[in-house]
Design a protein around this ligand. Structure first.
Ligand SMILES: Cc1cc2nc3c(=O)[nH]c(=O)nc-3n(C[C@H](O)[C@H](O)[C@H](O)COP(=O)(O)OP(=O)(O)OC[C@H]3O[C@@H](n4cnc5c(N)ncnc54)[C@H](O)[C@@H]3O)c2cc1C
Ligand code: SF4
Ligand code: SF4
Length: 1017
């Protein structure tokens, strides 16, 4: 791994490391992870840096933390507390022993709704706290964009700030107290002090510490007065202004000292936060939004200072680049266009919140008036409706995500992303900084918090090719401007490695010395996260970069086509070079892996899919980020000579259920499911396949024969002892039933009509397209009634239905197959052969206007996804454009006016619908809800669930059974159990239905069966 910084003596030699690990294992109940891959996964955060930590501790409880701190002190090993590791400045990387709070130290310890306070452990995630508070009409209002994964400890560590900081302040304004553990083992509660240091402390050590701090505050008062930036968004340095309030928004109502506020923003350098006491706010009952359209970016920036006078809780910028990105997306286009007047250069989203809706509407009206007074009449789109507002906020978030998904080695780099300047200078500052970018041959997209003068911007730089020089030059010019405007260089994301060297620049030598004194008073041995805020390295220390100049990837011959990632991008136009020209020795695979920028979004727990294995394990290793980092380290030889074929890599991917949640939910589109296929290919080429893997992979080959012997094949679940035998022989869990083979397969029992083996002689004259029904192995052999149902529905609606059958000249007469089971086993050649057969069979029909319609999401969507990565060219693209899931097809037909069938009322019933992960990944879930909505009287509600946990063969594997059930129990199974006995349980995935049957003893249906039942008599 990259050469680490060495700010203090460290036990880094392998021997000392292993001795430390042994000692820790002896005293801790939690995990102690010192292997290279584990360290590597904690060597990065959302910054540009990578530093190999000494090791990682995942404490089981607070006693573990105290024991770790004690041992570290005894052995002089630096410590680095960590939450989600989403810091952008490198504050969570360092040559230290990392303490990961996020796994177990995430409890709400005390809650007083009347006083609106809460006491939490540091690893609790903000969204989880707010979900708990919502029923009480309260929330914790520091609404960082990373709320789904950021921990309260990390937020306090960074003095984080949310979009609504103008109304609620930063962390420092919302922390009441901190129970801290100092590096010397002292435990103390830091909280309100009043005017002086006379409050009794828990020990002589802290009494002395506090009195020295007060002395320091008094002696530096004049310098604080002289130097301190007068903006609310200043998070650099230590908050010495607790002793002489300088923030636009005082930390305490009466300006008195709260020493917890000195700890806030200390980035793990002063103390470990064991508990946080937080101040809560009432949840506003209503919100209204005004979208102000500007023909010039400059005008938008200039207006911010006037808009804030109306008392909004947010003023957020979306610039033209983001508007265009949203417009280019068919899903977002209608939403963004509903907010636009003509072709604006920028829009400002001005939000008002409160309990009195009439007053909010009045403020919206005043916004319209104000814009008229400012010479921009008719520039405001009023959005009083909260649903419309939510959709627009989603667009703003997605725009940023698209920007972050730029392919190639040049990336938008965060290093001056959050400078804060007083609003009256915002327009000039942004103009001048844009000019600086252009002088350096790059460009930045602006967004975010216009209300507080903190605009985010990331110029595109390629640090592998020497752009560190440009980074420093741009930072210097930006800093000069910030100084001129009396702003703050670090206005949101903290100091870390990228900005600590600027602390001296911002505060001058005297306060820098005072900061060093603060550090030494708390942590005389220099053990807490050394090298941050004080005594820092340079921001452009290339040996600390994740991608330093000369970064090398090992050559790799890939089995899938990754050339779309193997490109370079122009930093100004963002246009990419042709696929395959990016110079990746791993043919684009390494660059696809490197798309992970460590933002940590895959650690979220909301309604999306990503990442089910992280959700149940909470282990960094089993998050998408952990996997991407492991692959990156392996591909670049940082985990040893073996790249993809090492057991470390296999172990890291073992719990990835290939749900493709990341393909959709990851802001940069990391598609770990596809990566797993590539890795599995290399693994099996080197190590071969297990019996179980073969049994599953070749299922389509033997399925027809097996179904003829169905009674025999099904004995495993009927004869006592056989299930246990199958577990011993093949590793198939004895606690699972297996899918039941059927003799009456669909292909055997289907009423005889011409198959689509040969194109029809005369092209179809019907306006309705001819349907080629994709008969997947699972539906055909295990649940043929689904295919029958789908066929009945399609025919009843007037469609000609044929089977997608092998081409007449296909020597292999077996049914067509999507190849998914081969792909999962890494048998890519076999999968490609199946894909070729499918293309040969259906393309002539597609040319005649036929479409392919399938039932099983993971099979049908393989035609739209993995087929495109098999190097099959244009033909695969054509099929992808004409392959639909059953319900997608029906929705399409109804929109085109070709579906006219009226369905029958099934009586007042409820349908509880679970979406297959691949449906969600391809935005193909809502059609299920839509078609069910066509059944009169049926109340349709989706289950807010991630993966069901079965995930193909995963849930059948003995070693994964428990985890599989935990995934199911996370949301799906309790929801099914809670449904009324008459409710229809709908799940389109065969494995999802199996999981529901095993876990909740309810028979779920494919949507086709519900529609078939509602067919008119
Ligand atoms: C895409 C993106 C968007 C972001 N948006 C925002 C935003 O809107 N507003 C914002 O303010 N930030 C934002 N950030 C930065 C970051 O997400 C926040 O600072 C977040 O609060 C960090 O939380 P974390 O759990 O990841 O902390 P970490 O990154 O793990 O830690 C942050 C700091 O806190 C220290 N720390 C953690 N736990 C403890 C503890 N128990 N005791 C003492 N110190 C501790 C760490 O040592 C570290 O210095 C963004 C980052 C990304 C990648
Ligand atoms: S995998 Fe995606 S969501 Fe997870 S950290 Fe990487 S970029 Fe972010
Ligand atoms: S495919 Fe699913 S399980 Fe695998 S990394 Fe992505 S989100 Fe996680």
């Amino acid at each position: 791994m990259n050469a680490p910084a060495a700010p203090t003596p460290v036990a880094s030699a392998a021997l000392e490391r292993s001795r430390l690990a042994q000692r820790l294992r002896r005293v801790l109940r939690g995990e102690v992870r010192f292997d290279a891959a584990s360290r590597g996964r904690y060597a990065t955060d959302a910054s540009i840096y990578q530093v190999d930590p000494v090791g990682v501790v995942v404490p089981a409880d607070e006693a573990d933390v105290v024991a770790t701190i004690d041992l570290a002190r005894e052995l002089s090993v630096p410590l680095l507390p960590r939450g989600a590791g989403t810091s952008q400045c490198g504050q969570t990387v360092g040559q230290a022993l990392v303490i990961d709070n996020s796994v177990h130290l995430n409890k709400i310890v005390g809650f007083d709704p009347a006083a609106a306070t809460v006491e939490v452990q540091p690893g609790l995630v903000l969204d989880q706290l707010n979900a708990f508070l919502k029923p009480h009409g309260l929330w914790y209002p520091v609404d960082v964009s990373t709320s789904a994964q950021a921990t309260l400890g990390g937020m306090a560590g960074n003095n984080s700030c949310g979009s609504r900081s103008i109304a609620y302040g930063n962390m420092v304004h919302n922390v009441l107290g901190i129970d801290a553990v100092l590096a010397d083992g002292t435990q103390e509660h830091f909280g309100p002090f009043g005017a002086d240091a006379r409050r009794p402390m828990g020990s002589a050590r802290t009494a002395q510490l506090v009195s020295r701090l007060f002395e320091l505050g008094a002696s530096e008062r004049d310098e604080i007065e002289r130097v301190w930036p007068r903006v609310m968004r200043r998070v650099g340095g230590y908050n010495l202004d607790v002793f002489h309030p300088r923030s636009e928004r005082p930390y305490t109502p009466d300006g008195s000292v709260n020493l917890a506020h000195l700890l806030v923003g200390s980035e793990g350098t002063l103390a470990y936060f064991r508990r946080l006491h937080l101040k809560l706010s009432p949840l506003p009952k209503h919100k209204v939004l005004g979208v102000v359209n500007f023909q010039s970016f400059h005008r938008a920036m200039d207006s911010a200072q006037h808009l804030v006078k109306l008392g909004p809780c947010a003023v957020e910028l979306v610039d033209r680049t983001m508007i265009e990105l949203a417009r280019a997306n068919p899903v977002f286009r209608p939403v963004i266009e509903s907010a636009l007047i003509g072709q604006p250069d920028a829009i400002l989203l001005v939000e008002f919140a409160g309990d009195d809706r009439a007053r909010l509407l009045e403020r919206l009206r005043r916004l319209v008036e104000l814009m008229g007074d400012l010479g921009l009449p008719g520039s405001v789109v009023e959005m009083p409706d909260e649903k419309a507002q939510k959709a627009l906020w989603e667009v703003r978030k997605a725009g940023l995500n698209i920007m972050m998904s730029l392919r190639g080695d040049g990336k938008p780099v965060s290093f001056i992303e959050d400078c804060a300047v007083p609003l009256e200078h915002l327009a000039e500052y942004t103009d001048r900084l844009s000019e600086v970018f252009s002088r350096h041959g790059t460009r930045g997209t602006w967004y975010a918090h216009a209300s507080v003068g903190t605009l985010h911007v990331r110029p595109i730089l390629d640090l592998r090719r020497g752009d560190a020089t440009k980074m420093r030059a741009i930072a210097e010019e930006a800093a000069a401007m910030v100084r001129q405007y009396k702003g703050a260089f670090s206005g949101e994301h903290g100091d870390g490695l990228v900005r600590s060297e600027w602390v001296a620049w911002q505060f001058g030598p005297r306060l820098t010395r005072a900061f060093e004194t603060v550090k030494d008073l708390f942590d005389p041995q220099g053990l807490m996260n050394p090298g941050k805020i004080v005594r820092a390295t340079r921001m452009d220390e290339e040996r600390l970069f994740r991608f330093p100049p000369g970064y090398q990837v090992k050559p790799l011959a890939t089995a899938l086509d990754w050339s779309a990632w193997n490109v370079q991008a122009d930093p100004v136009t963002e246009r990419t070079t042709a696929p395959g020209t990016g110079g990746d020795p791993a043919q684009g695979f390494a660059k696809a892996v490197e798309m992970c920028n460590n933002n940590g979004h895959c650690r979220k727990f909301d309604a999306g899919t990503m990442c089910p294995s992280y959700r149940v394990t909470r282990s960094e290793q089993h998050s998408t980020r952990g996997r991407a980092n492991t692959l990156r380290l392996a591909l670049s030889g940082q985990l040893g000579a073996e790249t993809l074929t090492s057991p470390v890599v296999r172990e890291t991917l073992a719990l990835c259920v290939s749900c493709k949640g990341c393909r959709r939910d990851c802001p940069t589109g990391v598609d770990m499911a596809r990566m797993k296929i590539e890795v599995q290919h290399h693994w099996q080429s080197r190590h071969g396949l297990s019996w179980r893997e073969r049994l599953v992979a070749h299922l389509p080959r033997y399925a027809t024969r097996a179904s003829r012997l169905a009674p025999l094949m099904n004995l495993r679940d009927a004869v006592p002892g056989l299930a246990r035998l199958s577990e011993r022989l093949f590793g198939l869990s004895a606690r699972r039933s297996l899918p039941r083979w059927r003799r009456d397969t669909y292909l055997r029992t289907r009423p005889r009509t011409p198959a689509a083996g040969a194109p029809s002689v005369t092209p179809t004259v019907s306006v309705r397209p001819r349907v080629l029904l994709w008969v997947d192995t699972f539906s055909n052999h295990f649940e043929p009634e689904n295919l029958h149902a789908a066929e009945r529905v399609l025919r009843a609606a007037g469609y000609r239905v044929e089977i997608a059958a092998p081409a007449p000249n296909d020597p292999d007469r077996a049914a067509l197959c999507c190849g998914r089971t081969y792909l999962s086993a890494g048998l890519i050649d076999q999968a490609r052969a199946q894909a070729r057969r499918a293309l040969d069979a259906v393309l002539p029909h597609l040319a005649e206007g036929a479409v392919v319609v399938g039932l099983e999401p993971s099979c049908l969507l393989t035609l739209r996804d993995e087929f495109l990565a098999l190097g099959l060219g244009e033909a695969a693209q054509r099929l992808a454009g004409s392959a639909f899931l059953f319900e997608e097809f029906l929705v399409r037909e109804r929109r085109a006016g070709r579906w006219t069938l009226a369905l029958r009322d099934l009586g007042p019933r409820q349908a509880l619908v679970h979406g297959h992960c691949h449906q969600k990944a391809f935005d193909a879930f809502t059609p299920v809800l839509e078609v069910l909505g066509w059944i009169p009287g049926l109340a349709v509600s989706p289950v807010e669930s991630s993966c069901c946990g079965m995930a193909g063969a995963f849930g059948f594997e003995a070693e994964h059974f428990d985890l599989s059930m935990r995934m199911g129990e996370a949301a799906l199974l309790p929801a099914v159990r809670g449904a009324s006995p008459e409710a229809l349980i709908i799940a389109d995935g065969t494995s999802c239905r199996h999981q529901i049957l095993d876990g909740a003893q309810r028979q779920a249906w494919h949507v086709a069966r519900a529609l078939a039942q509602a067919l008119p008599d």
